[in-house]
Each structure stands twice: as C-alpha cells, then as structure tokens.
Design a protein around this ligand. Structure first.
Ligand code: 3PG
Length: 307
C-alpha cells in the first residue's frame, strides 16, 4: 500500500489535513502526518518509508531524498519549488510537482493588504494616502500577479506589468499595461509588487539601480521570496530615499538594521503567511493529494517541474 507523508513544518488548517486524508484513504493509500517539526532528521526519519510526500516550504534536499528510499513523487502544495533539490530528484527518478494557482488569491490579498498598510503609515493615525489613481507595477505576471491586478483594478489603480514569459497581447487583453523591461516598470510605478520565483536569474535582482528609478513615494511589496531582493541595495535605498517603504511577507536577513534605522517605513510578517488561509490550504493541499493519486493510478505527470 502506498504511504503518503504530509510533512509541514508550518501546518495546514485542520480541515485541509482531513480533506487530504480522505482523498488518500479513498484511493486505498495510507497517510502519515509530520507537523511542526524543527529538525531535518525528523523529516528524514518520517520520509524513510514514504512513497510520496506533500510539502509546503519544507526543504527536501539531497539528505532527505537519500533517506526516502521508496520515494516516487514529491508535491509542493503551493507555487514556488525552490525548496526542492530538483537535480537530485531527477537523479533518483523522483517526480517533483507543484500546484500552480491554488494559493494565489491568498497571496494576492496579502500583497494588497500590505499595500494599504504602507499607504496608511502602518495604521499609526497620521494622514496617509490612497491607492486609487496610483500606478502599480507587477514584476512578473503569473497566477499571483494576475490576482493582484484584479483586486488593484477594483481599487482604481493603474496596473502595469513586466514579465518576459508572458505575451504583451495577453496582458493588454486583461487590462494591464505591459512595459518593455524591468527598468521601465520601476521608472513608471510608485508601487511595485514582486511575483517572480527565486532562481539563479532572479536572486538579488531587485537592486539599488532598479529601486532608485522609482518615483517619489516609492513602495516595494514582496510576497515572493526574500532572496530576490539585494539587501545591500535595499539598505542603500532606505538611506538615500526617505520616501521609500518596504513591506514584505517574511523578514529580510538584515531586519534588525532596518528596524533600528528606518522605523515606521517597513512591515515584515514574522513567518511567511501569504498562503496561510484555510481556503489556500484546502485548495493547494487537496490538489497535491489528487495529483499524487492520479500519478499512482494513471501515471499522470501534469505539473511536473523536474523535466
Ligand atoms: C508558495 O510558494 O506557494 C507560497 O510562498 C506559499 O508558501 P507556504 O506554503 O510555505 O505558505
């Protein structure tokens, strides 16, 4: 009988776990649950006899895959799969998947929420500003970027986007103004929201050169990954541009320096919470379980990311 391990250092909502269990057991498989763990060794031990693993931002590296001798498939219940060692997965013949789009509304709502927070001076009671009529730049236009655009248009924002992988015509058809490159996006928009994956091309790509192009009242919103921002450039931007604000879903490594010097101009969630809603947990968790069942029953590899 296939054993499917749900390994979540940051647990899903209870109802989502029960939904995952039902899908797995209905298919005739067994579910194991490892939540709130702190050590990699705990994940390695739990993975030892698993045929499949469902994870969130949990790190599945070579050690974990070496320990998981029965493993055939690992599914990241979410979008970004920078936490899976894809090369080792391929070498071990393990299929890696994500569940694209399933948690994007939750992340988009947080991006907009943090934008409002910044515009209203962290709700400190002083006079802030409105989003209506302001220019919002989406740096990458995937599922989350698109969901942010939909809500931002409701606020009356003027939405621009840069994404080298999305056709201009598609953006235009969806009421978005495409720009030719990242510098143009940052030059045009007072608000810029990041929605790209973390990879070799994007890590540290949001640097001072780009940020310093932003117009007065610049606000950067990061619900992507902290790694895409060059933290030296970020500090320089805070220093040279007293109008600049940064709101981010997850603290940067230089959080204490920012907190000490640039009080009132930032907000950081203590833990990544973009996808931490019961709806997103349900959508992504259940999709992951269904993808695993379908893979075992029919060999379906839709959403495989290591090919
Ligand atoms: C994602 O890549 O799907 C989001 O960053 C959510 O991550 P999480 O499942 O760890 O909350």
């Amino acid at each position: 009988m296939n054993k499917i391990l749900v390994a979540t250092e940051k647990p899903f909502a209870k109802a989502a776990v029960e939904g995952i269990r039902q899908i797995i057991e209905k298919a005739g498989y067994e579910m194991a649950l490892l939540e709130n763990y702190t050590l990699k060794s705990e994940l390695m031990a739990a993975a030892a006899d698993a045929d499949a693993i469902i994870i969130r931002s949990d790190i599945v590296d070579k050690d974990v895959m070496d320990a998981a001798k029965q493993l055939k498939i690992v599914v990241r219940a979410g979008a970004g799969y920078d936490n899976i060692d894809l090369e080792t997965a391929t070498q071990h013949g393990v299929v890696a998947m994500n569940t694209p789009g399933q948690n994007s509304n939750a992340v988009a709502e947080l991006a907009i929420g943090m934008m409002v927070l910044a515009a209203r001076n962290n709700f400190n009671g002083t006079s802030g500003s409105e989003l209506k009529g302001k220019k919002l730049g989406l740096h990458a236009y995937g599922y989350v970027g698109k969901a942010v655009a939909t809500i931002a248009k409701g606020f009356g924002m003027d939405v621009y986007a840069f994404d080298p992988f999305v056709a201009k015509e598609k953006m235009e058809a969806e009421g978005i103004k495409p720009v030719a490159d990242a510098p143009e996006l940052y030059t045009t928009c007072q608000y810029v929201s990041l929605h790209m994956p973390a990879n070799a091309q994007t890590k540290k790509s949001i640097n001072f050169e780009l940020l310093s192009k932003m117009p007065k009242g610049a606000t950067l919103i990061n619900t992507a990954r902290k790694e895409v921002v060059d933290e030296e450039g970020l500090t320089q931007m805070f220093t040279e541009r007293p109008d600049f604000k940064y709101v981010s879903d997850v603290e940067p490594d230089n959080k204490s320096l920012i907190a000490e010097k640039f009080s009132g101009r930032f907000f950081f969630t203590p833990k990544k919470i973009g996808a931490q809603t019961s709806e997103a947990n349900n959508n992504a968790g259940l999709a992951a379980a269904r993808q695993i069942v379908s893979f075992f029953k029919t060999g379906d590899k839709t959403f495989q990311v290591n090919k």
